[in-house]
Design a protein around this ligand. Structure first.
Ligand code: ADP
Ligand code: ADP
Ligand code: ZN
Length: 214
């Protein structure tokens, strides 16, 4: 099962992608997590990506496409994967499609999690991410058992630099400009499923399971 997650920043793509990956035993591939790991390790890719991420802008296509094409070609992706945060532009989607075509594969589902912009600033200012394992929480909706400590690995949970309100507004604009056209792109391919992302986390997941098992 090859799945793409779509939705505004903060819609719950990462939260749901992790649940999908666990249930269907497929890798969760998050380009944001890959960039953050590179930033943490001080790699050249990380340094380049950080310049854009801090401003709420997309990292240029050429820094992300090869990385993802290479990743989905690896052995553990043979039975499927859930792509979270990629593609984010039409050229990225086209590059992915042509790479998949070469491997005789295609995307089976594009899960579009719908949450209005008005809900997003609150969600993002409450988001906390674990620096060590990437788990995400929300201080009110999905709190850690102990404040500031990751339930999974005991690492510290922090507010991401790009989750400050002014950067979030910028990211929403970037989304509407560059990423939203992908909804029509995948609708035209007949693989789009719209899911109401304002429900609570378990109900959103139940709706996704329903779609994947239909
Ligand atoms: P969110 O899901 O909250 O929007 P991500 O963790 O997916 O955040 O991405 C964080 C940042 O990483 C983005 O704002 C962007 O700068 C960069 N990024 C991640 N994926 C891509 C991509 N496919 N293309 C360009 N930039 C990306
Ligand atoms: P994305 O990957 O789309 O940027 P996340 O999965 O990181 O989004 O979720 C953004 C924030 O909203 C996180 O703090 C997360 O814990 C919280 N969240 C996720 N799903 C829900 C939900 N259904 N209801 C309320 N808050 C949620
Ligand atoms: Zn952790």
């Amino acid at each position: 099962m090859k799945i793409i997650m779509l939705g505004v920043p903060g819609a719950g793509k990462g939260t749901q992608a992790k649940k999908i990956a666990a249930k269907y035993e497929i890798p969760h591939i998050s380009t944001g997590d890959i960039f953050r790991a590179n930033i943490k390790n001080g790699t050249e890719l990380g340094n380049k990506a950080k310049e854009y991420m801090d401003q709420g802008l997309l990292v240029p296509d050429e820094l992300v496409v090869d990385l993802v094409v290479d990743r989905v070609g690896q052995e553990d992706c043979k039975n499927g994967y859930v792509l979270d945060g990629f593609p984010r532009t039409i050229p990225q989607a086209e590059a992915l499609d042509s790479a998949l075509l070469n491997m005789n594969q295609k995307i089976d589902y594009a899960i579009n999690i719908e949450v209005p912009d008005q809900n997003i600033v609150d969600r993002m200012s409450g988001r906390r991410a674990c620096l060590s394992c990437g788990a995400t929480y929300h201080i009110i909706n999905i709190p850690t058992k102990v404040e500031g400590i990751c339930d999974v690995c005991g690492g510290s949970t922090v507010l991401r630099d790009d989750d400050k309100p002014e950067t979030v507004l910028k990211r929403l604009n970037v989304y509407h400009d560059q990423t939203q056209p992908l909804i029509e792109y995948y609708a035209n391919k007949g693989v789009l499923a719209n899911i109401d992302g304002t429900m609570d986390m378990a109900d959103v997941f139940a709706a996704i399971e329903n779609t994947l098992e239909k």
